[in-house]
Design a protein around this ligand. Structure first.
Ligand SMILES: Nc1ncnc2c1ncn2[C@@H]1O[C@H](COP(=O)(O)OP(=O)(O)OP(=O)(O)O)[C@@H](O)[C@H]1O
Ligand SMILES: O=P(O)(O)OC[C@H]1O[C@H](OP(=O)(O)OP(=O)(O)O)[C@H](O)[C@@H]1O
Ligand SMILES: [Mg+2]
Length: 282
C-alpha cells in the first residue's frame, strides 16, 4: 500500500485534496480525519501539518508527500521534489518600511522576522550578510510595526498583505514556490506504485491545461492548419463525406485556444469547437 502525506490545513490543503480527487483517489470527508485508506487504489493518506510533511517523508515512513517547495527547502530534510503541481504559487521575499532598506546589503545588523528560518539563514549566509533572525509562527507583516524586527521575509502572492501593512519588497525574490510532490532523497525512482501515482497527477495537470479541439478544413489548407494545431504526437485527420474536406482533432493549450480558433477560421477552417478533457494519460 502506497503511503502518502497530504497537507491537513492552510493554503495547500484544499487544492491538494481537489487534485487527488480529480486523479481518482478517495479523500477524507471531514477535516478532523487524520488518516484514510483508499482500498480500491491501495493508497493510505495521512493528513499532516504542511511544515512536517518533508520530515515524515525523509524518515522513510511515508513514500510520497505533497507540500510547498519553500517548506521542503526550509525544513532541510533529506527529501527531494519529483513533480511540480502548479498551485499555491508564491514568491518568498524580504520586505521593510518604505525608505528604510533599499537593498540586500542594508540587511546587515538588522533583525529579520520570518516563519522560514531555514531559507532566510541560508540566504543571508550565502550572501555574506550578518543579520539576526527571529522566528514567528505567522502574520509576520505586523512584526515591524510592533518593533520585533526591522525586516520581514515571507510568502508573497498578490502583495495585498504587504500593502495592508504599509511595507514594500526589498531586493529580488529569494525563491519561487508552488505545491510539489516529494520523496525521500535517493528513494527507488522505479517503484511502479509511485510511477502510477505520478502519472495520474500528470494526467490531471494536462487535463487542466489542455482542451480538445475539433474542426473541418479543406485538404489544401491541411498543412497550415496542422501547423497551428500540432497536438502532442500529431493530430488525428479523418476524411469527411464531402470530398476535399477533412476533420482534424488535436489537443491544444487552453490558454491559446481562442487565438488558435481565430487563426484557423482565417485560413478557412469551419465548425471549430473545443471540449474539456476530464482525465488523461500521456
Ligand atoms: N497567499 C498564498 N498564496 C499562495 N501560496 C501560499 C500563500 N500563503 C501560503 N502559501 C503557500 O502555502 C504553503 C504554506 O503552508 P501553510 O499551511 O503554512 O499555509 P498558510 O496558508 O500559511 O496556512 P496557515 O496560515 O494556516 O499556517 C507554502 O508553500 C506557501 O508558499
Ligand atoms: O501576497 P498575499 O496574496 O497577501 O499572500 C501572502 C500572505 O499569505 C500568507 O499568509 P496567511 O494568510 O497564510 O497567514 P499567516 O501569515 O498566518 O501564515 C503569507 O504568510 C502572507 O502573509
Ligand atoms: Mg501561513
Amino acid at each position: 500500500m502506497l503511503r502518502i502525506a497530504v497537507p491537513n490545513k492552510g493554503s495547500l490543503s484544499g487544492p491538494a485534496a481537489e487534485m487527488l480527487h480529480e486523479a481518482g483517489y478517495q479523500q477524507r470527508r471531514e477535516s478532523k480525519e487524520l488518516r484514510i485508506v483508499d482500498p480500491t487504489n491501495e493508497v493510505e493518506f495521512f493528513y499532516l501539518r504542511p511544515r512536517d510533511i518533508a520530515i515524515y517523508v525523509a524518515s522513510g515512513q511515508l513514500d510520497i508527500g505533497l507540500t510547498g517547495r519553500d517548506l521542503l527547502i526550509d525544513s532541510g530534510a533529506e527529501a527531494e521534489e519529483i513533480l511540480a503541481l502548479g498551485f499555491a504559487r508564491s514568491t518568498f521575499r524580504y520586505a521593510g518600511k518604505p525608505g528604510t532598506i533599499s537593498g540586500l546589503a542594508d540587511l546587515a545588523g538588522k533583525t529579520v522576522a520570518t516563519s522560514y528560518e531555514g531559507i532566510v539563514a541560508a540566504h543571508l549566509a550565502d550572501n555574506g550578510i550578518d543579520a539576526s533572525v527571529v522566528h514567528l509562527d505567522g502574520a509576520v507583516e505586523t512584526a515591524i510595526q510592533l518593533g520585533v524586527a526591522q525586516v520581514i521575509a515571507d510568502v508573497v502572492e498578490t502583495g495585498t498583505s504587504l500593502r495592508n501593512a504599509g511595507l514594500e519588497v526589498v531586493g529580488e525574490p529569494i525563491m519561487q514556490s508552488e505545491a510539489v510532490v516529494i520523496r525521500r532523497t535517493g528513494a527507488d525512482g522505479d517503484d511502479p506504485k509511485v510511477q502510477q501515482f505520478l502519472r495520474r497527477l500528470q494526467g490531471v495537470l494536462v487535463a487542466r491545461t489542455y482542451v480538445m479541439m475539433d474542426y473541418d478544413c479543406r485538404v489544401e489548407q491541411l498543412e497550415k492548419a496542422v501547423a497551428l494545431t500540432p497536438g502532442l504526437e500529431s493530430p488525428t485527420v479523418s476524411p469527411l463525406h464531402n470530398e476535399g474536406w477533412v476533420a482534424v482533432r488535436a489537443m491544444v493549450p487552453a490558454k491559446e485556444a481562442q487565438r488558435i480558433m481565430d487563426d484557423l477560421y482565417d485560413i478557412g477552417a469551419r465548425a471549430i469547437l473545443t471540449t474539456a478533457i476530464h482525465a488523461c494519460r500521456l
